[in-house]
Design a protein around this ligand. Structure first.
Ligand code: BG6
Length: 519
């Protein structure tokens, strides 16, 4: 069964000024996403890309490089004819991001690209660079007058927007400082802070699932829900990113942004409208309502781990500490788990367990909601009834869907209850289009929809949740790492979090059970 795609208009005419156009993010995600938008007819006709690179490249060299990268990272599916239409609209300027001269060259190139394409002066600056450049580039853009939206009498109205990648800050203080820094140059309406999880279809579907159905909202609270578990597991290690990761760790890299975004969508109150600030207000309120962890809570409500050497999926995996650009005595966590509580009428006493890590048994992201058990009543003596919890699982990736587990009578002369499931898979209804998750983010930035981007106060609120943990960890002696083997679900401490409350992590099947079988 397939559903028709909703008709969408191409994005607004604009030039994408891409800082870090030779980098990994551009190659792996932005370029394939731009191609997917082109393929879907969602890029405007009046469009150009101005790559800003450190390595000196002519326009022609840049065009060849982008074409090569697209072939490598978007694979077989690229329609060469379609891509060729975009090639003449690729331009490049090169230089040091800290050099004023680069911005003078950029201004000229933008003018040329605008004249060639008729983009109407609209520019989307995208910072696909290491984080230390975010602030300085914004300052230089401002100084060169490139972020100005005000029009003089002769000028036409145009917009200037800036997309900023993660990590946004290294802790609360640096995130606040960066917000203040860019806020001196840009209005909040010009700033698009990326959390790429918000670009994933299934993450956006959380709002639709909750608020476009009458069924779930009445039971979406402490009366019916026993616990919520959010798991973002990766089977890969740090994949050559030791230089960045060793200074970050799982709490900063994943928990502070991606997992808290999932939590806020799952737990927020209904927004009064779908206007960007209405949704973002509610998400931010949830983060503010999370009980601040006291130092003693950090000791009992937080677990961390680092993988050692071992084997996973039949292959040898070197220890994290042996990875390139990682300190051989590193105390950085590659796994983190937390128990959080949201102090509101809706959620008081419902524990939210969050976990994320590298080198776990499989790649999966899911939000699992467990409902309270039925009072035993007439089924008090029925075998296995209590062993069948009602789990509602929002599978975010890779096998996108929604799954509900409930108890059903096992056919036969006696009353016995077994676990059965209703399982909705996205691909069965909507097919599987090639998507990276960045298509929506790029498109939304080009049409000026900030809903899926983090506001300054949301980012600060996320950091406020994890800052007490960072403080306690910084004050403690180094942990006895490594403490988990690759291919396992993290250190034993992680199991202790729900176990202290008489609960356990939902068992996530490493191989999905064959259809029609009990799990
Ligand atoms: C990034 C992290 O934000 O998200 C990476 O820096 C992580 O460490 C990645 O691997 C996971 O994203 P996804 O979309 O593959 O789940």
């Amino acid at each position: 069964m397939s559903q028709p795609e909703p008709a969408r208009r191409p994005a607004d005419p604009c030039i994408l000024a891409l800082f870090g156009a030779g980098g990994d993010l551009t190659k792996r995600l932005l370029l394939p996403s731009l191609y997917n938008l082109l393929h879907a007819g969602l890029l405007p006709e009046q469009f150009a890309i101005v790559g800003v690179t450190y390595d000196p490249l002519s326009d022609d060299q840049f065009r060849a490089q982008m074409t090569e990268n697209l072939k490598t990272f978007a694979g077989e599916s690229v329609d060469a004819k379609l891509w060729e239409r975009l090639i003449p609209r690729l331009y490049c300027v090169s230089g040091d991001f800290n050099d004023d001269g680069l911005y003078a060259k950029l201004a000229k190139k933008l003018e040329q690209a605008d004249k060639d394409t008729g983009a109407g002066g609209n520019v989307l600056f995208y910072m696909a660079t290491p984080p230390q450049f975010f602030g300085p580039i914004v300052q230089k853009l401002g100084k060169a007058g490139l972020t100005k939206e005000e029009k003089t009498t002769e000028e036409k109205e145009h917009w200037r927007r800036v997309v900023i990648e993660k990590p946004f800050g290294h802790d609360l203080a640096s995130a606040q400082a960066l917000n203040a820094d860019i806020g001196r140059v840009l209005q909040e309406t010009q700033i698009y802070r990326v959390d790429h999880y918000l670009g994933k279809e299934t993450v956006q579907n959380i709002l639709v699932f909750r608020f476009a159905n009458g069924l779930f909202e009445p039971i979406w609270n402490r009366n019916a829900i026993d616990q919520v578990q959010i798991t973002v597991a990766e089977s890969i290690g740090i994949e050559g990113r030791g230089g960045y990761y060793d200074g970050a760790g799982a709490l900063r890299d994943m928990m502070q942004n991606h997992l808290l975004s999932l939590l806020s969508l799952l737990a927020m109150e209904p927004p009064v409208s779908l206007a960007a600030d209405s949704v973002r207000d509610e998400k931010t309120k949830v983060l503010h309502a999370i009980k601040t962890l006291r130092p003693e809570d950090v000791l009992t409500q937080v677990a961390r781990g680092q993988y050692g050497a071992g084997t996973a999926q039949g292959k040898p995996v070197p220890a994290y500490r042996a990875a390139k650009d990682v300190n051989p005595n590193s105390n950085t966590e590659t796994f983190a788990a937390l128990k959080l509580e949201i102090d509101t009428w809706r959620w008081a006493d419902v524990p939210f367990y969050l976990r994320t890590g590298k080198c776990l048994p499989l790649r999966t992201t899911e939000i699992a909601v467990q409902f309270k058990p039925a009072p035993a009543g007439p089924f008090a003596d029925v075998p296995a009834l209590n062993a069948v919890p009602n789990w509602l699982v929002l599978r975010i990736q890779p096998d996108e869907g929604i799954y509900l587990q409930f108890g059903a009578k096992i056919p036969g002369p006696t009353i016995e209850v077994g676990a059965v499931e209703m399982d909705f898979a996205y691909r069965d209804y909507f097919g599987a289009e090639p998507r990276t998750g960045y298509e929506t983010l790029l498109y939304d930035a080009m049409i000026g929809d900030q809903t899926l981007f983090q506001r300054a106060d949301t980012v600060n609120a996320g950091w406020s949740v994890v800052q007490p943990i960072l403080d306690v960890w910084a004050a403690l002696p180094a942990r006895d790492f490594p403490n988990y083997a690759p291919g396992t679900w993290g250190p034993p401490d992680a199991d202790a979090l729900p176990a202290r409350d008489g609960r356990r992590w939902r068992e996530i099947p490493v191989e999905p059970p064959p259809k029609g079988k009990k799990s």
